[in-house]
Structures are given as structure tokens and as C-alpha cells.
Design a protein around this ligand. Structure first.
Ligand SMILES: *[C@@H]1O[C@H](CO)[C@@H](O)[C@H](O)[C@H]1NC(C)=O
Ligand SMILES: *[C@@H]1O[C@H](CO)[C@@H](O)[C@H](O)[C@H]1NC(C)=O
Length: 296
């Protein structure tokens, strides 16, 4: 029951033609009910700012990841995230989201901690609306948050949700993890830097992600990496393994303006880590350091 429910959500999140859905359900039928217990092991992340999750009564259906201590002068950009399976459990991807946050990024995942039920892409929009409303302001709890630097991302079913926000004018970069639309031309409208992190030909979303990478306009900076580990990535490894490294660098670059992190994609770093990569127009990614502490 639970399983078919998440597939239904997958379907409604996509703009797929009804005719394609039976095949898509089969296609994504290996999509998990991930081994969530493993993903819950955490260390606070490997970055300079030990991070954890929290909640806020003004955003009750989400989970917020932040450094435990935000040093004076540190500005934080934001990533909003749709979980795999479109599960409304904001701690189901705890390892990678903590890892990302430990590098100076606020993460907002759909769903409360250990929450139940399913998400929709509207919850990503709700998170963005909340950031725009809550960020900044002298002395406010979220004074360090920079609402002009927001990325949308998601894994599997959550990646399909992220597609719906990829053209939101407030979003400056897009991360698609083990995902791609079921069908349709949505990616042909993407203009913001879009990065695909796929699990190779054994990933149930491989064909969809590969197809969409090709659909993205030639002028849009885009990168695609395949690590041959399948649909569950390396999320169960400490600090989310090589998916943790790559997704973090994508955000350090596009959100924090850290060009050293960008070298991972422009240079040989990702390839050296085992990613099979393709890219277009990465030279057109224009970033400026988010604050005095980001010098690359
Ligand atoms: C993170 O916060 C949760 C909930 O408050 C707590 O149970 C957990 O121990 C914290 N983890 C770390 C590493 O501090
Ligand atoms: C920039 O990114 C690199 C690679 O992830 C990291 O080692 C470095 O500490 C970052 N620099 C700053 C100032 O955050």
C-alpha cells in the first residue's frame, strides 16, 4: 500500500502524459523505501560548521538543517530539497543534508523530522516563500540567510518535484539526484545552471536523466555525472560518500560563489573520483563570493 502510494505521488508530481505512466511505474518500481535506518547515522558533517536539523513552528511541515553555530559574518545560502520517494520525512536524507549544511548552507527538506505521508512540489515552493519572508533582518534568527541565493534539488521522486521549481525566478541553480522527468519536455525550459547526479546505467532513473540532460538548452550551464552505483547513490556512506562530495561542491560553487569548488566540475576532480561526466557552458556560470569568508 505504502509503495503504490509513493508511486502515485511520483506520477502526480510529473507532467507526464497518462499513457506513459504504466511504464514509468514499472520503471521506478525499484525505487525504494530506502534503507532509511542507515541514512540516519550522522556525524554533523565533514565541513567547517558542525550541523544538525531543527524545526520552526512557522514552517511546520519541513525540516531545517543549519550549522549549530553561525559565526559572525558568515552568510548562508539555501537549498530546498525533495526527498526520494516523495516521502514527507525531512530526515530521510539526513546524511547528505547534514553534510551539505556543514559547509555553510541552510537546507530545507520537505516533511517534518521522521514525518510520514507524501510530499508535493508545492512544499518546495512553500519553503522558498518562507525563506524570502524570513531571511535577513538585523537581530532576527535568520539574519544570516541570503534569500537571493536559493537552489532547488531532490532525489528520485523529489527530483521530479524539483523540476516544477526549476524555472522559479527565485531559484539560481538546480540539482537533480538520481532522477529525470517521466516524460515530456520540461527540461527544455531550464535556464539556470542544472546539475545531474546519476547512478549509472543501473540507476532506474538513468534513461530519464540522460534524456533530460540532452533536452536542456545549449546555452544553459549544465553538468551530468554518472557514478556507477545505482539509484541509491552513496547516501548510506558516512557523510553521503561521493554523492555528498559532488553535490556539496555544486552548491559551494553556484550558491556560495566558491570557484575552487567549481574546479571539481570544470577540471578533473569529479572524473578522478569516478564520475563519468559531460557538461556544457560551465564557463557561463557567474558567481560572486557570498561574503568575505568565501574566497575559494
Ligand atoms: C541532532 O538533533 C537531534 C534532534 O534534536 C538529536 O537527537 C541529535 O542527537 C543531534 N545530533 C547531533 C550530531 O548533534
Ligand atoms: C571552497 O571549496 C573547497 C572545495 O570544496 C573547500 O575546500 C574550501 O574550503 C572552500 N572555501 C571556502 C572559503 O569555503
Amino acid at each position: 500500500m505504502k509503495f503504490s502510494l509513493s508511486l502515485l505521488v511520483f506520477a502526480s508530481a510529473a507532467t507526464a502524459a497518462a499513457a506513459g505512466l504504466a511504464g514509468n511505474r514499472r520503471q521506478f518500481s525499484g525505487a525504494p523505501t530506502l534503507t532509511m535506518g542507515i541514512l540516519r547515522g550522522q556525524t554533523g558533517g565533514s565541513g567547517p560548521y558542525l550541523a544538525n536539523y531543527t524545526t520552526d513552528p512557522t514552517l511546520p511541515a519541513h525540516t531545517i538543517y543549519l550549522p549549530n553555530v553561525i559565526p559572525a559574518g558568515l552568510k548562508l545560502p539555501v537549498m530546498v530539497f525533495g526527498n526520494g520517494g516523495c516521502r514527507a520525512d525531512g530526515t530521510s536524507f539526513l546524511s547528505i543534508l547534514t553534510e551539505i549544511s556543514s559547509h555553510g548552507i541552510m537546507v530545507i527538506a520537505s516533511g517534518s523530522p521522521a514525518g510520514t505521508g507524501t510530499t508535493t512540489s508545492k512544499m518546495l515552493k512553500d519553503a522558498i516563500d518562507w525563506v524570502v519572508k524570513s531571511a535577513g533582518g538585523t537581530g532576527s534568527k535568520y539574519a544570516a540567510i541570503d534569500a537571493t541565493r536559493i537552489a532547488v534539488a531532490g532525489q528520485s521522486c523529489g527530483g521530479v518535484e524539483a523540476y516544477d521549481l526549476a524555472t522559479d525566478p527565485r531559484v539560481i541553480s538546480v540539482g537533480i539526484l538520481n532522477s529525470g522527468a517521466f516524460s515530456g519536455q520540461q527540461a527544455a525550459s531550464f535556464k539556470k545552471p542544472t546539475f545531474y547526479f546519476l547512478g549509472g546505467s543501473g540507476d532506474i532513473a538513468y534513461a530519464n536523466g540522460e534524456r533530460d540532460y540532452k533536452l536542456i538548452p545549449a546555452a544553459t550551464p549544465t553538468w551530468k555525472g554518472n557514478l556507477p552505483v545505482g539509484h541509491l547513490g552513496t547516501y548510506a556512506e558516512p557523510n553521503a560518500g561521493r554523492f555528498g562530495v559532488a553535490v556539496t561542491r555544486f552548491l559551494q560553487w553556484t550558491l556560495r560563489g566558491n570557484t575552487t569548488a567549481g574546479e571539481y566540475f570544470v577540471g578533473k576532480g569529479a572524473t578522478a573520483d569516478g564520475w563519468n561526466v559531460e557538461s556544457r557552458a560551465l564557463g557561463d556560470i557567474k558567481t560572486t563570493p557570498i561574503d568575505g569568508t568565501t574566497v575559494g
